[in-house]
Design a protein around this ligand. Sequence first.
Ligand SMILES: C[S@@+](CC[C@H](N)C(=O)[O-])C[C@H]1O[C@@H](n2cnc3c(N)ncnc32)[C@H](O)[C@@H]1O
Length: 239
Amino acid sequence: MQQVLANGNKRKQYVQKMFNDIAHRYDLLNHLLSGGTDIYWRRKAISKLNISPDSLVLDIACGTGDFAFTTQKLKKSNVIGLDIATKMLSLGKQKAIDKKKSDKIHFLAGDGENIPFADKSFDAVTVAFGVRNMGDVKKNLNEMSRVIKPGGELIILEFSTPKLKIIKKLYRVYFHKILPGIGKLISKDKEAYTYLPVSVDYFPVRREFARWIEDEDFYPVNFWRLFNGIAVIYKGIKK
Ligand SMILES: C[S@@+](CC[C@H](N)C(=O)[O-])C[C@H]1O[C@@H](n2cnc3c(N)ncnc32)[C@H](O)[C@@H]1O
């Protein structure tokens, strides 16, 4: 697993295959394993966005579209969802049809490390639980910075490790021991939910990651811890 995480290209292929394989169970497992908290976290993150109705938002690593649907609902914006896993996108497209939102939310296959849009195209860029999965996180940040208009906003929702020792201990038992078992049982993928906690451990923690965002031409950059830091909302304004 460590070898996969350390090699950008290998990691991208691994992640793409993994999400295509678990796509049909992704939404169910998300809500089940988080006890529905993911819905609250998404709403909280999007509530930090300060954009006007009809703004154009790019949702990177959109998966089956839950963050994009939340943005459209709360901010009345137009959203383009971009992802490398086509099976996740197919489910997102079907959800848009079912919700009668196909005119407001569009799904596109593409790489967050090589975004297929011109410079300064978007009023905001969002990513939920996606940055951590990139082969090259800094390249992804650089690309997101490129496509946001000056003064536009970046919102990132990502897992992290909690601050308090006791919560950290409980979190480690749940994330490393319980979650992989349930994930494997329901998704039938033996590695997907083992990859999740390992990839969180591998990811820079709050202040360090906020600095990575600042380094890509965002100021100010703020972050908010959710549930003692199990998840974090980062917000940056493009200079
Ligand atoms: C944990 S899912 C998050 C999906 C969605 N944002 C959500 O909140 O439910 C991570 C997603 O990142 C996508 N992903 C990983 N690397 C990517 C890349 N380089 N470019 C675009 N999407 C990527 C995966 O295919 C997967 O759908």
